[in-house]
Write a protein that binds this ligand. Structure first.
Ligand code: UDP
Ligand code: MG
Length: 134
């Protein structure tokens, strides 16, 4: 069984989409291994998104991710990394397929409802960031 890191971002938490997104996760047969609510510090957000440092949207991304509480989840399923990326849809909600989470709950590329690890190495790194006991 593969594991991936999912985040319900501040825009979706403040819009009260948490329950609906967890429903989608469970309806798609992911096992929620761990889950908690937290608020990122600027330092944590900058470290978590370190790969994007220097890009034009970096500051906006850090500001958005620290703007309110988030829900972090360790998800488990066969092929979890790809399955969760597909369920989220395209990074830009305007391009996200109908029925995907970003199509349903994303409002813009900067406020796109959820995060998902993009590969096995990043999933391991991101899971360790939020769930060091796993
Ligand atoms: N992002 C943004 N503007 C861009 C590209 C990305 O605000 O032009 C934000 C967006 O919220 C995205 C996050 O930065 O989810 C990380 O970007 P990435 O390319 O890794 O997209 P993801 O893996 O989240 O689909
Ligand atoms: Mg990414």
């Amino acid at each position: 069984m593969e594991r991936t890191l999912a985040i319900i971002k501040p825009d979706a938490v403040s819009a009260k989409h948490t329950g609906n997104i967890i429903d989608i996760i469970e309806n798609n047969d992911f096992n929620i291994v761990r889950m908690y609510k937290t608020k990122l510090s600027k330092d944590q957000a900058e470290r978590f998104y370190g790969v994007h440092k220097g890009k034009p949207f970096f500051q906006e991304l850090v500001d958005m991710m620290t703007s309110g509480p988030i829900i972090v989840l360790a998800l488990e399923k066969d092929g979890a990394i790809k399955a969760w990326r597909e369920l989220m849809g395209d990074t830009n909600p305007a391009n996200a397929a109908p029925g995907t989470i970003r199509n349903l709950y994303g409002v813009s590329i900067g406020s796109n409802a959820t995060h998902g690890s993009d590969a096995p190495a990043t999933a391991a790194q991101e899971l360790a960031f939020f769930f060091p006991d796993l």
